[in-house]
Design a protein around this ligand. Sequence first.
Ligand code: FE
Ligand code: FE
Ligand code: MG
Length: 170
Amino acid sequence: MGEKAVSIAKLDVKKLIDMLNGALAEEWLAYYQYWIGARVMEGPMRSEVEPELLLHATQELTHAELVVSRIIQLGGTPVLSPAKWFDLASCSYGEPNDPYIEEILKQNLEGERCAIQRYEEIADFTNNKDYVTYQMAITILNDELEHEHDIEDFLKDLNRMKEEFKKLRL
Ligand code: FE
Ligand code: FE
Ligand code: MG
């Protein structure tokens, strides 16, 4: 952390770095969850959902890049081994054992809601104290809200389709 950066820090930097390392681990897990989920997924709307999930995966990676840069700027050490991701992450990783599209989407939705909570916490912690981290958290939070919305829309469409099929059977 630069001299001026230290002097303007008005919060517990160690605690902030811990939170950011949690976020970093979660971003990598989210990246892999989207990336592998998009590949094993089966079911209706696959051709439409797959590219969106892969896009989200790359966006999670961009988040990881933002978070790692900030950890280093703050003088912290980013998590150096994937073996530690599960210890540091507060969000669970949903192993896509059931490749049905709806299950994959539900797992991703749970991940997004957890990510939203994470960046809300970081934003609350840094608000009016660390403007740079605060701004980063808000930028990422915006993406996570968009991700949640996209997945909710897909799930809504799937449910709508199920309802229509039920009507046909009557
Ligand atoms: Fe993310
Ligand atoms: Fe996301
Ligand atoms: Mg999207």
